[in-house]
Write a protein that binds this ligand. Sequence first.
Ligand SMILES: *Cc1c(COP(=O)(O)O)cnc(C)c1O
Length: 376
Amino acid sequence: MTERIRYHVPFRTGREDAYIAEALAQGTVSGNGPFTKRAHGALEALTPGARVLLTHSCTAALEMSAMLLDLEPGDEVIVPSFAFTSTAAAFLRAGATVRFAEVVPETMCLDPAHVASLVGPKTRALVPIHYGGSPADLDALRAAAPGADLIEDAAQCIGATLNGQALGTFGRFGTLSFHETKNLHCGLGGALIVNEASDTERAEYVWERGTNRQQFFRGLVDKYTWVEVGSSFYPTELQAAFLLAQLEAEAENRDARTSIAAIYDRDIAPVARRAGALTPPKVAGARGNAHIWHLVLPTAEACERLRLGLAEQGIDAYTHYVPLHASPVGARIGYRLEDLPVTCSAAERLLRLPLHTSMTTDDVARVVEAVNTLLA
Ligand SMILES: *Cc1c(COP(=O)(O)O)cnc(C)c1O
C-alpha cells in the first residue's frame, strides 16, 4: 500500500520546544514580552523600514488595518472576490462598503482593469492578495486607483520579494499569516506590517487594547490610559516563541519549498500547458516562496477529473476559495453569481498540488508522474 501524499504538513524546525520551554521559564507569557520582541526583530529584518506587530492571526492584522483607516459609512474598499473571508470581512466589520473585483486567471491576483471600473469618489482602499506568494500587479493597481490606500493581504507571502523588497511593504499596511496552513506558522498567528511612520503610534495603541502601555514601558508617560478604540490583538509569548524558531528557518523553508516547485515547473508545467492549463506565473523581479503550486485547467470537469484521479492514487489536491461574492454573505450585500464571471470560472478550474517540506523526492516524483499521466 503506497502512502498517502498529503496536501500540506505543517513545518517544524525542532527548535520550537526549546523556545517554548524558555518562554515558560520567564514566568510570564501573556504577550508582548521578550519572544514577541525577538519575533518583531526577525520580521523587521525581512521588512526593512517597517514596524511589524505580531497578531494572533492575519484576520486580526486585517482588522487592525481596517480600524486604522478610520472608515466612514459609504466608504468603499475594493477586494478580490477570489479571497479568504477575512479579507473582505475585516472591512465590512469596520463599516465600509465592499466592492468585489475580478482576478486575472494567469496570476489569480486582482485585475487592474476591473478595479479601474469600480473606482469612484468613495473608494478609500484597495486590498490585493499576492496569490501563492507571487506579486499582484501593484503598479497597475495603483494607477487604477490613484487615491486609494493600498493594504496588501500578504498572508501567503513570508519571504517573498519583488525587486528585493518584501511583499507586504509596498502599501500603507501589509498583513501576514502564521496559520499552520502557511509556510511558517505558530498554530494560529499573524502580523501587521506598518509601512508609514505616521501610523506606528496609533497602530501600537490599537494593538494593545487601545492603551498607551508601550509609551509607559518606554518611560514616556508615568501611567498608562485609554487613548484609542483598540482591541486585544497580540498573541501570547508561547506563540511568539514557537514562531521565532520558524522565522529563524525562513530561508531553509523557502529553499525546500522552492526546489519542489522548480520540479513541478520543469516537469509538469510543459505537459499542463499542452493540455491547455495555466501554471504559476513567472513575474519579472519576483522571488517567490512557493506557497502554492496550482493549475488552472481548461474546464471545471477537467479539474474535477484530475482531482479525483489523484485522490484514487492517494494524492491530495485541493481547489481553493469559493468566490466571496457567490457566498450567502455576498448575496446579503447585494451580489449575484453572474456579477463576476471570470472569478467564478477560474475558481472552479483551479487545483493546488501537494507542496510541503515533509515531501520526499519519491513523493514529488509520484505527484509528477500521476499528474502528467492524467493530463496526457
Ligand atoms: C490564510 C489567509 C488569511 C487568513 O489568515 P489567518 O491567519 O488564518 O487569519 C487571509 N488572507 C489570505 C489571502 C490567506 O491566505
